[in-house]
Design a protein around this ligand. Sequence first.
Ligand code: ATP
Length: 235
Amino acid sequence: MLELKNIDTYYGNIQALRDVSITVGEGEIITLIGANGAGKSTTLMTICGVTPPRRGEVLFEGRVINGVAPNKIVQQGICQVPEGRLIFPDLTVQENLDMGAFLRSDKDGIGRDLEQVFDLFPILRERRRQLGGTLSGGEQQMLAISRALMARPKVLLLDEPSLGLAPLIIRQIFDIIKQINRESNTTIFLVEQNANQALKVAHRGYVMENGRITLEDACHKLLANDAVKKAYLGL
Ligand code: ATP
């Protein structure tokens, strides 16, 4: 469904991605793990069209999308939940969710999706009239994911959803990521430093070091891999 082929991405003269190739099949949860500064966020921004690659191709449903404007990429069905959540703090929960559906005109569908989102995160239903900025960190992450879901994406890109959250909330967020994938068959590309949790929810994983993919495998195999255990799982 989504494919990165031999991607090189630069910031000016600095090369952030080196010959990166990743495939994400329809209905899969794929995770990209790696240390701080490895190039994970750059990979997501390359997919979204924010930092287009200097070499290589990004394909979505068989079509080349590198060079396409970011808003057009969203319209095609790729939606990112950025690191640090970036919800609108001065808008209510409901208004934040409305913003997610901004590009849609199917009122009935939007209403149904809103109910689904509230079923996934009942706390957001309770707090629908509260300002986004007054929510806890975990609730803001739930809102950021929900806002992306309101665009009804085919592929959901998640950038470090566990960052700065308490272990109990992290578990809850990852359970819901699995549920979203299972119930609506949404394809998920999950970028994480929390390798332990990410490898438990995803089907396949890629390891990135200094802008390169150094390992790829089924997650259960990566969890058992000695190098991964030592470098990323603290074992
Ligand atoms: P993090 O977990 O900190 O977000 P990451 O794996 O997502 O790390 P990136 O943010 O993609 O890593 O950064 C990859 C490399 O590109 C790093 O060396 C970083 O310093 C560099 N980089 C990122 N953004 C820029 C920028 N706007 N200008 C110049 N260099 C950048």
